[in-house]
Write a protein that binds this ligand. Structure first.
Ligand SMILES: Cc1ncc(C[n+]2csc(CCOP(=O)(O)OP(=O)(O)O)c2C)c(N)n1
Length: 627
């Protein structure tokens, strides 16, 4: 570990450092982030952009007494390094290692767990209200990006903040980027605010100018804040944040430690909510990330010298198969439009946006809005495809129910990253969607066993005339042969893939491991038919009726939580049909907080990989097949 960084075991160690020392530390932290992320993968460009900001925050404020809340939390690496986790940082995003997001259980300096965007302001405001009610005097700082600020919840907090007028410091990190370039009217407004000179430079120039005026110069400088206010009001009438009731400071050069320190000190003394606009460069200090901040937003391991991503597996991802298929569908039907919540590339819609820029809507980090916006488009005669990761669609549960399902509006929801998600930890697991979708009226819930079936499912979705959710996992496809033409999948029909005495019915990407497990179990005297459920709703009643004979056995497998999931749907169906006299077992995930790790590691821990399935099924049969 570099010399200076070695001596920093807590933020207190920063307090005695000179500006030069702090500059040296910034270099060492950047290097540690680049070294580690090149090996482990991680959020490189967001973290390189906030090194000075993090140093200045920990220099001026007093964590853990003062609370720093990181919106999304993906930019917390320098914070972790400075708060006693420099040594452990090499285990970033590894199983049982340092999480890539703030986690209260990991350190007293992590004031609030984040992972989903736009929550920091609400959390900070709540903490500020609690502090003031208790008569305490510490500072609360929320750091939010210009992307995070596109989320509606952030504005709900700003609205209340201007009303409560509680002491709160909001650091707005403006880098013109969400994951992709930031979009929308707000983004334009922030660009307008930044387009002038930097705040401190402006202040210095004003001072120099005034000093030069004999007699009246110095007294005028003393008028200080009043003058500054007057200048701001003159040059920037109707500043949005000021109008909302927050004091606005900025723009500040976000890589200048002296500027940041001066501004944070100033904010410390303000008795009310204050918003500081800091301008930073995403990827700062690493050429490839600076040139392509989107690619390095969340990077796979890469070669440090060139930034070349180290990948040997040439198979496409599920996201890219989804993107290509939607593009093919759009070629054939001009009513098809696509919607993303700030993730055109992650969802695989990049090529769609290139070919049909006016048919791809990037709504910002606004999943709730995306769903209602799609409802409007569908009622207006279009066929919206809404691509949102499983974990982020959780946010729009009410919109799915109230807007989409009650009116039975045909919309295709593509839930990427469904199931176990690697590296990011508990906030990003896509394990709840079967549960939160399957009880919604009119909603159809599907999952393909491979990329070929994904194409058929997407192709079939609008023909059902109802809202449809297709869930598929993160990562590479199995690489099966692809059918030439896209086919219709009959609504609610499962597919029997293997004959056997008892039935193992699997959903989505559990089908292939279920088949493998059944082959191995055959040799051990357990004979299982394997079916690909295709649908969690509606279920294929004919299939279950056949195996639900008295004394029969049915097992279910899913990559989602068991409680209320696919297996529970099957059990409810059997109960509803009066099939009580059978042995039944659900294989899936327990309700708990998931560790950081690779998919294979997490699957192994929860016994959802092939050896785990075999072991669970054998135990079940040995135990007499009790549920
Ligand atoms: C609710 C939700 N939707 C989407 C995401 C995925 N996501 C992670 S970071 C990010 C962009 C954040 O941009 P910004 O706040 O400006 O931070 P920056 O990375 O530019 O520092 C997005 C869309 C998320 N974390 N949460």
């Amino acid at each position: 570990m570099p010399a200076l960084l070695e001596s920093i075991t807590s933020p207190q160690d920063l307090k005695g450092l000179s500006t030069r020392g702090m500059g040296q530390l910034a270099k060492e932290i950047r290097q540690q982030i680049i070294d580690t992320v090149s090996r482990t993968g991680g959020h490189l460009s967001p973290n390189l952009g906030v090194v000075e900001m993090t140093l200045a925050l920990h220099y001026v404020f007093d964590s853990p007494k003062d609370k720093i809340i990181w919106d999304v939390g993906h930019q917390c690496y320098a914070h972790k390094i400075l708060t006693g986790r420099s040594r452990e940082f090499s285990g970033l995003r590894q199983m049982d290692g340092v999480c890539g997001y703030p986690v209260r259980e990991e350190s007293e300096h992590d004031a609030y767990n984040t992972g989903h965007a736009s929550t920091a302001l609400s959390a900070a405001l709540g903490l500020a209200a609690a502090r003031d009610r208790k008569g305490m005097d510490h500072h609360i700082i929320a750091v939010v990006g210009d992307g995070g600020l596109t989320g509606g919840i952030a504005w709900e907090a700003l609205n209340q903040s201007g009303h409560l007028r509680q002491r709160l410091i909001i650091v707005l990190n403006y880098n013109e980027m969400s994951i992709s370039p930031n979009v929308g009217g707000l983004s334009r407004y922030l660009t307008y605010l930044v387009s002038g000179q930097y705040y401190l430079r402006m202040k210095d120039h004003a001072k120099t100018f005034l000093k030069a005026i004999p007699l009246i110069g110095w007294p005028m400088i003393k008028v200080g804040r009043a003058l500054e206010e007057a200048i701001k009001k003159t040059f920037f009438p109707g500043l949005l944040f000021e109008e909302l009731g927050l004091r606005y400071i900025g723009p500040v050069q976000g890589h200048s430690l002296p500027s940041l320190i001066e501004v944070f000190e100033e904010a410390k003394g303000y008795d009310g909510p204050v918003l500081i606009l800091c301008v930073t460069k995403k990827g700062k200090g690493f050429g490839p990330a600076q040139d392509n901040p989107s690619k390095f937003h969340s990077a796979s391991p890469f070669e440090k010298s060139s930034g070349r991503v180290l990948q040997t597996d040439k198979r496409p991802t599920y996201s890219s198969v989804f993107g290509e298929t939607v593009l093919d569908m759009a070629d054939e039907d001009e009513r098809l439009v696509a919607i993303t919540a700030a993730m055109p590339d992650g969802t695989g819609l990049g090529p769609f946006g290139k070919k049909y820029p006016d048919r791809l809507f990037d709504v910002g980090i606004a999943e709730q809005h995306a769903v209602v916006f799609a409802t409007g488009l569908a009622l207006g005669g279009y066929k919206p495809v809404v691509a949102i990761y499983s974990t982020f669609l959780q946010r729009a549960y009410d919109q799915l129910y109230h807007d989409v399902c009650l009116m039975d509006v045909p919309i295709l929801f593509a839930l990427d990253r469904a199931g176990i998600v690697p590296d990011d930890g508990p906030t990003h697991q896509g394990i709840n969607d079967i549960v939160y979708l399957r009880h919604l009226p009119n909603m159809i819930v599907m999952a393909p066993k491979d990329e070929n079936e994904l194409r058929h499912m997407l192709h079939s979705a609008f023909s059902y005339g109802h809202p449809v959710a297709v869930r598929f996992p993160k990562g590479k496809v199995p690489g099966v042969p692809m059918d030439e033409a896209r086919k219709m999948i009959p609504l609610g029909k499962a597919e029997l893939l293997r004959e056997g005495k008892d039935l193992l019915v699997a959903f989505g990407n559990m089908v292939r491991p279920a088949l493998e497990a059944a082959e191995a179990l055959e040799k051990k005297g357990i004979s299982l038919a394997v079916a690909n459920a295709r649908f969690a709703k509606p279920l294929d009643g004919d299939l279950f009726r056949e195996y639900a004979r008295p004394g029969g056995t049915i097992l279910t497998a899913e990559e989602g939580v068991i409680d209320g999931g696919f297996g529970s749907a099957v059990r409810e169906y059997l109960d509803g049909e009066g099939f009580f006299d059978l042995r039944f077992k659900r294989l899936g995930l327990p309700v708990e907080i998931y560790p950081v790790g690779k998919v294979e590691q997490i699957k192994a821990r929860y016994r959802l990989d092939v050896p785990g399935l075999i072991a669970q099924i054998e135990e079940f049969y040995r135990g007499g097949g009790k549920p």
